[in-house]
Design a protein around this ligand. Structure first.
Ligand code: PLP
Length: 231
């Protein structure tokens, strides 16, 4: 069932790409497995899927222990500084960096592990008060401020758009983030690759892909609705 859902979403992403004149290979479909059991992940793993997104450090650690070593784990949820050390040894990409202090902590923990951790800057492009992330306007100064950190590598931006019934009304959120990434790439003189745009969830990924997403983070449409009542 999970694999069937994954293939259906993948097919839709490919279709949107074709219509928008984009190469489907530019877009990573990232299954978001938070609150879902390891068996569901394994079903996709056995079909060749290697990238998975998780929101909670403890759950991420437990699944990393339990599941095959070659899974690329993406941390997409809000990250507390005192928990960075638990995921620093293995995390593949952190999508949710929203403060200089957090960037410094990731840099320090990455150094301890002898690695450089790729990160995305989380931008609250929709301007919602309840959401984490920088404003689009603050992003350039933020990038400047963390520039000297040698054990993190900024690879792009992430946003979560407001949940709305008609995703057309939030197209501007994705467009603003795309513009930000273009501006950043233009200003980027040292040739680092800043080309990842993590945007689009079950509710709005069609629009996000039309506007240039390179990672869509899909939970519900692959794994079904989440049940938080057990937590
Ligand atoms: C849970 C979550 C998702 C997936 O959301 P769905 O609507 O279930 O697809 C994507 N991104 C973040 C940051 C999330 O917390």
């Amino acid at each position: 069932m999970v694999l069937e859902n994954y293939r259906k979403v993948r097919g839709e992403v490919d279709e949107v790409c074709r219509k928008a004149g984009r190469d489907p290979e530019e877009v990573l479909l990232l299954p978001v497995s938070k609150t879902k059991p390891a068996e569901m992940i394994r079903e996709l793993y056995d079909a060749g899927v290697r990238d998975f997104g998780e929101n909670y450090v403890q759950e991420l650690r437990a699944k990393h222990e339990e599941l095959p070593e070659d899974i690329r784990w993406h941390m997409i949820g809000h990250l507390q500084r005192n928990k960075v050390k638990y995921i620093a040894p293995f995390v593949y990409l952190i999508h949710s960096v929203d403060s200089v202090e957090l960037a410094r902590t990731i840099d320090k923990e990455a150094a301890k592990c002898g690695r450089t951790i790729p990160i995305l800057i989380e931008v609250n492009a929709g301007g919602e008060e309840s959401k984490f992330g920088l404003t689009v306007a603050d992003a350039p100064a933020f990038l400047e401020e963390i520039r000297e950190l040698e054990h993190i590598k900024v690879r792009g931006f992430m946003t979560s758009a407001p949940f709305v019934s008609d995703p057309e009304t939030i197209r501007f959120v994705f467009r603003d983030l795309y513009k930000l990434s273009l501006d950043t790439a233009l200003k980027n003189h040292n040739n680092d690759l800043v080309n990842i745009l993590s945007m689009g969830m079950s509710n709005d990924y069609h629009v996000a892909v039309e506007e240039g997403a390179t990672i869509v983070r899909i939970g519900t449409d692959i794994f079904g609705a989440r049940d938080y009542s057990q937590k």
